[in-house]
Design a protein. Structure first.
Length: 85
């Protein structure tokens, strides 16, 4: 398992795959290649579920499993600002 970074935007809202232990599925569009990547979140999944919104920019760190799915071990959401009048 080689850990590697992945940057992109969330293409879908997270879906719950399993409740105990909590496992989330989310699809992310890679910013380098433009291809969608299937991802799983287990570590800090509840916090990820709370903060994730479709279209959010994220920086991820994790590894690919045997099925070519990215397993997220660390993540950060990039801040967005909304101008109000």
């Amino acid at each position: 398992m080689e850990q590697q970074p992945l940057n992109g935007t969330l293409e879908s809202d997270p879906r719950t795959i399993k409740l105990s232990p909590l496992l989330l599925y989310v699809k992310i569009r890679d910013s380098k290649t433009g291809e969608p990547v299937n991802c799983f979140v287990h570590a800090h999944a509840l916090n990820f579920l709370y903060r994730a919104e479709k279209g959010s920019t994220v920086a991820l760190f994790g590894h690919y499993n045997s099925r070519k799915q990215f397993v997220i071990t660390k993540y950060a959401f990039c801040a967005t600002t909304v101008a109000t009048a």
